[in-house]
Design a protein around this ligand. Sequence first.
Ligand code: UDP
Ligand code: MG
Length: 151
Amino acid sequence: DDMLLYRGFKKMEHTFIAIKPDGVQRGLEFKLVGIKVVVPSKDFVQKHYHDLKERPFFNGSCDFLSSGPVIAMVWEGEGVIRYGRKLIGATDPQKSEPGTIRGDLAVVVGRNIIHGSDGPVTAKDEINLWFKPQKLVSYTNNAEKWIYGDN
Ligand code: UDP
Ligand code: MG
């Protein structure tokens, strides 16, 4: 119930922020189709990072990713996987360009702030792992014909 949700945070102020339909429709070139806040379990993040299970940092990365709230999102658009990775920057923030999220906001590889799928196969797997299909929305943005053309 509500009290459970706010347990320990009763004196904290909360606000509700929502992008209204006009803001969503005016959007940018990419479209947000799913978002949630979760504290994933260790078991869950081991699935998320299953490709890395032989690497020495696997256990530490899993401990860290399951240590607190994660904001999980699905974005949609042509080239969004590659663009997302570009915006995020290199795995090691020391090697990330200025202007990238990791380059500007993180310092060490084990605390690099943000994850992004590295290709179409991992994107599909990760979206399926993190989101039930019915929790993703399908909608047409009015600007799409201007962004993509209509042929
Ligand atoms: N990681 C680490 N040490 C390394 C490489 C990776 O701690 O030497 C962590 C880092 O947080 C990274 C995550 O493991 O984001 C997943 O590694 P991956 O190679 O998939 O990098 P990413 O796809 O996140 O850029
Ligand atoms: Mg990766």
